[in-house]
Design a protein around this ligand. Structure first.
Ligand code: PMP
Length: 307
C-alpha cells in the first residue's frame, strides 16, 4: 500500500494529502484523458536529487501536447514545483507522480473545453518488482495483450487511459504466476514491458526495440544506452521477437519505478544462465551510482531539489 506523505501540490498550491480531492464528474476519471510521469528522487552526498527531472517534465509536456492540453504552468515552473514538493514533504528519496488532467466542468467525448489541472504527489516507493527480482531476476511472460498501436492510443504519450493496456497485461501475468508481462507490437515484435523498456544482451552488444515498435522513449532506457556506450558496448535499436529473448545471453528491464531488473525467464525458458548476468550487473551498478550522485560523468542527471 502507498505510504502517504504530508503535502500534495495542486494547481500551484500545497494541500494536505487527505484533502487532495477531485469531483466524481472529472472527465479524466470517465475517459482517461490525462497525462502523467513517474520520476524518482535519490539521496545523494549533496542532498536529494531528482533523476533527470527536466527530461521527465519535457516528456510530460510532449504527452500533454499530443492530448492537446495546455497547463497553466511553464515547464520550468513545473520542474520547480516538483523540487518544491520533495522539499515540502521533507523526504530525500521518493517517487514523484505529476499528473495533468481535465477538471470538472464538461462531459462527453470532447472533454477539451474542461479546465486543465495539474498535480504532483511524492511518496516513498521501494523496488517496484520486489527485492527478490533485483537479486535473482524476474519471471516474465509474453502477453497475449498487444501494446497500444500508434493509430489507436499513441505509445509516445504517457496517458492515463492508455495504461489500461499495460494493466491488463500486468494483471494477467500476475494471475498466471509471473512477475511481469512483455507486450508485442501489431507486427509481433517485442515492444515494452507493462511499465518498463526491454533490453537483450548478445555478446558485447545491447539490443532494445525501436520506438516505432511501441517502446516508450524511456529516460532509464536513454541513460542505460549512454552508460553502455561509455562502457564500450555496442548499442543498437532494432526489431526483436520473442525467441530473441529466449536465446539472449542476458535480458533486463529498465524503468523509473523498476530501475534495472534482470530477466531470469521468459515463457518458462531460462534466459542465459537463468540468473542476473555480468553485463546486467555492471550496467545496474553504474546506474545506481549515477542516480545516487556518485559519478561525476553523469552529474548533470542529478537535479538537486535545493538548487
Ligand atoms: N515503458 C512503459 C510502458 C512505461 O510505462 C515506462 C515507465 N514510464 C517505461 C517504459 C520506462 O520509462 P522510464 O525509464 O522513463 O521510466
Amino acid at each position: 500500500a502507498i505510504t502517504p506523505t504530508s503535502k500534495i501540490w495542486m494547481n500551484g498550491e500545497f494541500v494536505a494529502w487527505d484533502d487532495a480531492k477531485i469531483h466524481v464528474l472529472t472527465p479524466t476519471l470517465h475517459y482517461g484523458w490525462g497525462v502523467f510521469e513517474g520520476i524518482r528522487a535519490y539521496e545523494t552526498p549533496h542532498g536529494s536529487a531528482v533523476f533527470r527531472l527536466t527530461d521527465h517534465i519535457a516528456r510530460l509536456y510532449r504527452s500533454a501536447k499530443i492530448y492537446m492540453m495546455e497547463p497553466d504552468f511553464t515547464e520550468a515552473q513545473f520542474v520547480q514545483a516538483a523540487k518544491d514538493t520533495v522539499v515540502a514533504n521533507d523526504i530525500q528519496s521518493c517517487y514523484l507522480r505529476p499528473l495533468i488532467y481535465l477538471g470538472y466542468g464538461e462531459m462527453g467525448l470532447n472533454p477539451l473545453p474542461s479546465k486543465v489541472e495539474s498535480m504532483i504527489a511524492v511518496w516513498p516507493w521501494g523496488a517496484y518488482l520486489g527485492e527478490e527480482a533485483l537479486e535473482k531476476g524476474c519471471r516474465v511472460i509474453i502477453s497475449s495483450w498487444r501494446r497500444n498501436d500508434v493509430n489507436i492510443t499513441p505509445p509516445a504519450a504517457k496517458a492515463t487511459g492508455q495504461y489500461l493496456n499495460s494493466s491488463l497485461a500486468k494483471v494477467a501475468a500476475i494471475k498466471a504466476g509471473y512477475d511481469e508481462a512483455i507486450l508485442t507490437s501489431p507486427t509481433g515484435h517485442i515492444a515494452d514491458g507493462s511499465g518498463e523498456n526491454v533490453f537483450i544482451v548478445a555478446g558485447r552488444t545491447l539490443i532494445t526495440p525501436p520506438l516505432t515498435d511501441g517502446a516508450l522513449g524511456g529516460i532509464t532506457r536513454a541513460s542505460v544506452m549512454q552508460i553502455a556506450a561509455d562502457q564500450g558496448y555496442e548499442v543498437v535499436e532494432k526489431h526483436i521477437v520473442r525467441t530473441d529473448l529466449y536465446l539472449a545471453d542476458e535480458a533486463f528491464f529498465t524503468g523509473t519505478a523498476a530501475e534495472i531488473v534482470p530477466i531470469a525467464e521468459v515463457d518458462d525458458r531460462a534466459v542465459g544462465a537463468g540468473r542476473p548476468g555480468p553485463v546486467t550487473k555492471e550496467i545496474a551498478e553504474i546506474f545506481h551510482q549515477a542516480t545516487t550522485g556518485q559519478l561525476d560523468r553523469y552529474k548533470t542527471w542529478n537535479e538537486f531539489v535545493a538548487d
